[in-house]
Design a protein around this ligand. Sequence first.
Ligand SMILES: [Zn+2]
Length: 61
Amino acid sequence: MSQTPATCPHCGEPVDTAVDPGGGEHQSYIEDCAVCCRPMSITAWYDPDANEFVVEASPEV
Ligand SMILES: [Zn+2]
């Protein structure tokens, strides 16, 4: 697991999401914000140029 920073789409606070590198190069899952506890949809994909996962958080609908 690696901690990847993202920004909560609800409260705008930075949150750490734990991406499982063994889960594949493209993942999406729902995670509750640690600050405001609202669910957010996390999309994570591997960036081979940066050699790390990129994470995007959007509001859960
Ligand atoms: Zn939040």
